[in-house]
Design a protein around this ligand. Structure first.
Ligand code: NAD
Length: 503
């Protein structure tokens, strides 16, 4: 039996509990069918066949989940950091124990290749371990002695928080928000994306089975405009951590205004990878191909604009095209597959529309440029050459396995092109000139710059974007800053004169 057949058998075994059933919410430590009979269908992008129905949460469901999170917060916020650390490590252990199942379901549900999803599930466990270890010191502050007073700061968890996540790498991304929130002492109501609902349920179940008290992590399934909106408007929710599109970030900002929500927004990107003619071109080639064609190009940090020095434009583009021709497109459960189907028919239609825009705007399709025939949402890995930065393929986030190649003349031109976008999430620079690498890093308007590297991630480092790519940073203490309030305590040493009024 091939590995694909084994994985198909395994995923069916795991999905039996979801097949043709209604996926419930998870509220106050147990599955919850919801307060209405409304459901939506969930399909696999492999062939658009039905997986099952999903409860479509409404304002009442969100209210019940928020009340559970508010009640649980009373206990969770006072549990010692050491105890939170212990519980969160148990959650991490349980994720590792279930990593194969999580990866198979994620891959089947979202279309992202198992090759990457198995690592993503383990990364989810690492996120829990990293923040678990910080839990005992998460509330530490500073001592700030003044002349006649001593000031010190302490941090306390902000309260119940909302976490709203997208469908790309959904399990790993949700742990990136949920783990620090729980480590800080907050409780969570999670609203996962409607196109990839299953592994969010698995996370809630696994975490509670591992010892997380009831109500500390709740999951309400549903649509953005109903369940998501209600969550951002609920008065019990003190902060919302959101990952998704920039336009949704604007909606959430408006929705959260009346209740003065603290917001962290991780939004879209149109990230440049800039290849100078003095770069190590073999390594640059590996990184360029990896950063747009892994995870189906459905990745916020994907390098979707290749800015290449004009002297090497033809040679380098030809090498990219040769590599693209060898990419293995296919069933995401096949461990050899490098590019799987796009998450949903609507997203597939969107990505395909750019094949037409490219030609209309005068670019040349040098690889791919077509949908793959069949019932699934597969597109050919695609390269657009001879593009200009003002074309739609260079300005809009396509979020698929599609690369736009734009030549530049010199460093100043490269910088101007790279920054000429509404987004500012990530930037990649390839050069063997150290000074130039640092200069570009200083001048690029993006939250994260990698020089001579793909998007290597170090968990204490800040992660987030500028401009339309977001507000706020994740990672290490940056995450705790978001999930906690800082309080200053000022104590007099008894030597100063208190001002006297009315004497
Ligand atoms: P999306 O904005 O359509 O949806 C994200 C989530 O928001 C979903 O759970 C959705 O139901 C919910 N939502 C939608 N409307 C809402 C509303 N009015 N109120 C509250 N919630 C609402 O994004 P998507 O299509 O699921 O994800 C892809 C996008 O996510 C891309 O733009 C990608 O760049 C971005 N992304 C960014 C990062 C980052 O770190 N910057 C990481 C991953 C993905």
């Amino acid at each position: 039996m091939s590995e694909l057949e084994t994985n198909l058998g395994d995923v069916e075994r795991i999905l039996v509990r979801f097949r043709n059933k209604t996926l419930p919410h998870f509220i106050n430590g147990k599955p919850d069918p919801g307060r209405s009979n409304e459901v939506f269908e969930s399909v696999t992008p492999i062939d658009n066949s039905l997986i099952g129905q999903v409860a479509s949460g409404n304002a009442e469901d969100i209210d019940v989940a928020c009340q559970a999170a508010e009640e649980a917060f009373k206990e969770w916020k006072v549990i010692s950091g050491k105890e939170r650390k212990k519980i969160l490590h148990k959650v991490a252990d349980a994720i590792v124990d279930n990593a194969c199942e999580i990866a198979l379901v994620e891959s089947y549900d979202s279309g992202q290749p198992l090759k990457f999803m198995s690592k993503a599930a383990i990364r989810g466990a690492e996120n829990f371990r990293f923040f678990a270890d910080l839990a005992p010191t998460a509330r530490d502050g500073q001592a700030l002695p003044a002349d006649e007073h001593i000031n010190y700061s302490i941090r306390q968890p902000i309260g119940p928080v909302g976490v709203i996540t997208p469908w790309n790498t959904p399990f790993m991304l949700s742990t990136w928000k949920i783990a620090p929130a729980l480590a800080a002492g907050c409780t969570v109501v999670h609203k996962p994306a409607e196109w990839s609902p299953y592994t969010a349920m698995m996370l809630s179940e696994i975490a509670h089975a591992a010892g997380l008290p009831a109500g500390v992590l709740n999951c309400v399934q549903g649509l953005g405009e109903s369940a998501g909106k209600s969550l951002t408007e609920h008065p019990a929710i003190k902060a919302v951590a959101f990952v998704g599109e920039s336009t949704t970030g604007s909606h959430i900002t408006r929705q959260g205004a009346d209740t003065l929500k603290r917001l962290h927004l991780e939004l879209g990107g149109k990230n440049p990878v800039i290849v100078f003619d003095d770069a190590d071109l073999d390594r640059a080639l590996d990184a360029v191909v990896f950063m747009i064609f892994s995870l189906n190009g459905e990745r916020c940090t994907s390098s979707s604009r290749l800015l290449v020095h004009e002297a090497i434009q033809d040679e380098f583009t030809a090498k990219v095209v040769a590599r693209v021709a060898k990419l293995k497109v296919g069933n995401p459960l096949d461990p050899n597959t490098e590019v799987g189907p796009l998450v949903h028919d609507r997203h597939f239609q969107k990505v395909c529309s750019f094949f037409g825009y490219a030609v209309e705007d005068g670019a040349k399709i040098v690889a791919g440029g077509n949908a793959v025939a069949g019932n699934g949402n597969f597109v050919e890995p695609t390269v657009f050459a001879n593009a200009r930065n003002d074309m739609r393929i260079a300005q809009q986030e396509i979020f698929g396995p599609v690369l736009t190649v734009i030549p530049f003349k010199d460093e100043a031109d490269a910088l101007a092109l790279a920054n000429d976008t509404e987004y500012g999430l990530a930037g990649y620079v390839w050069t063997n000139d150290i000074g130039r690498g640092h200069r570009m890093a200083q001048n690029l308007d993006a939250g994260m710059i990698w020089v001579n590297s793909e998007n290597n991630r170090h968990l204490p480092s800040p992660f987030g974007g500028m401009k339309a790519s977001g507000i706020g940073r994740d990672g290490g203490d940056y995450s705790f800053e978001f999930y906690m309030e800082t309080k200053n305590v000022c104590v007099a040493l008894g030597t100063h004169r208190v001002p006297k009024l009315g004497k």
